[in-house]
Every structure is written in structure tokens, then in C-alpha cells.
Design a protein around this ligand. Sequence first.
Ligand SMILES: CC(C)(COP(=O)(O)OP(=O)(O)OC[C@H]1O[C@@H](n2cnc3c(N)ncnc32)[C@H](O)[C@@H]1OP(=O)(O)O)[C@@H](O)C(=O)NCCC(=O)NCCS
Length: 165
Amino acid sequence: MPVFQIGKIPPRLEGPTVCLELLKPWDWPALYGLFKRLDRESFESLGFMNSTSALGMLLFCLFRFRWAYMIKTRKTPVGLAGVYSFEPGCSLFLALAILDSTYRDMGIGRECVGLVTTAFKDHGLCKEVWVEVLKSNQRGLNFWLKNGFTLEYKSAKGLVLKRNL
Ligand SMILES: CC(C)(COP(=O)(O)OP(=O)(O)OC[C@H]1O[C@@H](n2cnc3c(N)ncnc32)[C@H](O)[C@@H]1OP(=O)(O)O)[C@@H](O)C(=O)NCCC(=O)NCCS
């Protein structure tokens, strides 16, 4: 199970309102709760996870991400930042979801992107961050564009964007 092979990855990234903590086994119930409360639109925007059940989402996270951070604000779990792939010194492929929709549009996603990009740049961990968004997820696409990502290419299901650090 690759989720906890972290090497010198920062285990905790803390900003003014947001904290990203390496996902631990005892976080799984809270994560399952967040997936259970996801509305249909959010499920669709996370189409890469290829699942329509909370359990399926959880299994996806377990087996597909190399590691993941639980996103917390004032100690409340609100979302997940998962790493699909990481080439030290080169690139990081990231997924980001503010799973509790009541915490969206509050600047949490932006703060997460800032925390990850700053930490990985400052530690010399990578030079590029990549993300993928479904073609149908206009809101997600706008989010990445506004956070300094540029469109690199179209994939089968979506659009792949990159930000140089
Ligand atoms: C896309 C997503 C990650 C964005 O995260 P978010 O926390 O909602 O995004 P932010 O709050 O940082 O930014 C969104 C908007 O809130 C605004 N905002 C930022 N700080 C704010 C604040 N303090 N108060 C109010 N609004 C704020 C931003 O300006 C932005 O608005 P704009 O697009 O009109 O400029 C989140 O909505 C999500 O998880 N969606 C479902 C899954 C998904 O689509 N993931 C991405 C694809 S992989």
C-alpha cells in the first residue's frame, strides 16, 4: 500500500486558516463521512475517481494516491489533497477537493494550492505541479486557471494543466 511511503515529504502544511495533514488510518472514518455527504454534482466533478459510492471513493484514495493530505480548517476535516504521482526534483500530480460543500468559495482551495506549491518549491521537492480536471467541470477549470495553472493538453476525459514553481 503506497499511501504512507512519504520519504521527505512535509507531513503537515499549515496556513492562516487551513492545515494539510498527512492522511492517517484513523482519518478514514471522517473521510468516509465526507464522501457520504457528497452531493451528486460534486461526485460528477470528481469523475476521475470513477465511483458513485462513498466506499468506492475511499478505496480509490487508498489504492490510487501515493499519499494524501486531509484538509482541515479549525481542526474540522473539510477536504482532501491526493497525490497521484511524485517525481522528486521534477513534478507532482495533485488532486484537490473541498468535499464539504459548505466550506467552498471561502478561499480554502486557494490557500491549499499556495501551501503545497510554496512547501514543495522551498524544499526543492519539485519544479512543476500538474492537475487534471474533467472537461465538464467549468468551476474546477476556472479555479486552476485563477491559481496560476495553464492548459497543457487534453486527455481522454479532461484537461491537464501545469504550474511551474
Ligand atoms: C474546485 C475547488 C477545489 C475550489 O476550492 P474552493 O475552496 O471552493 O476555492 P476558493 O474558495 O479558493 O476559490 C473559489 C472562489 O472563492 C473566492 N474566494 C476566495 N477567497 C475568498 C474568501 N475569503 N471569501 C469569499 N470568497 C473567496 C475566490 O475568489 C474564487 O472566486 P472566483 O472563482 O470568482 O475568483 C472546490 O470547489 C471543489 O473541491 N470542488 C469540487 C471538486 C473539484 O472540482 N475539484 C477540482 C477538480 S480536480
